[in-house]
Design a protein around this ligand. Structure first.
Ligand code: AMP
Ligand code: ZN
Length: 138
């Protein structure tokens, strides 16, 4: 997509520090890193979120995420990772081209885990929420 910053990175119009690339995706260092080696992984085909993304391409894209982690592992040797994506503006997504953040983690690096992103469960308990999904409780 012409006006998409990540499509422009794919087309090399905008430079990047590549961590891994194949025909399906590109992984590059985040320009504002929140951890050493913070990497953004994108599919080469434009889609705003995973819900707009072609099912057929998902497997190839997640293989790129794995290859990128393997590369980070070999070069930076982190103790662990936090991996995820911001989805929609309420979820913190700024760039409207699906991207997975890979944050290499080290013991005692001062960061939190996914549970530290939000702690606002609302008034409904899981049993009430479950009813909204119908008769699927085990
Ligand atoms: P978000 O959409 O909030 O999940 O995050 C978008 C991420 O892309 C941010 O962490 C930015 O620092 C990063 N970013 C934006 N533009 C570039 C760029 N040209 N090169 C590398 N990273 C970028
Ligand atoms: Zn795009």
């Amino acid at each position: 997509m012409k006006d998409c910053i990540f499509c422009r990175i794919v087309s090399k119009e905008i430079p990047n520090y590549t961590v891994f690339e194949d025909t399906h995706g590109l992984a590059f260092l985040d320009i504002h890193p929140r951890a050493k080696g913070h990497t953004v992984v994108i599919p080469k085909v434009h889609a705003e979120t995973v819900l707009d993304f072609d099912d057929e391409l998902l497997g190839d894209f997640f293989r790129v995420v794995k290859r990128t982690q393997e590369r980070l592992d070999r070069v930076l040797h982190p103790d662990g990772y936090t991996v995820g994506w911001n989805h929609g503006s309420a979820g913190g997504q700024l760039v409207p081209h699906i991207h997975v953040h890979i944050l290499p983690r080290w013991e005692n690096d001062g960061g939190g885990n996914i549970h530290s992103i939000i702690d606002n469960p609302g008034a409904m308990i899981p049993e009430q929420i479950a009813k909204m999904f119908g008769d699927h409780a085990v």
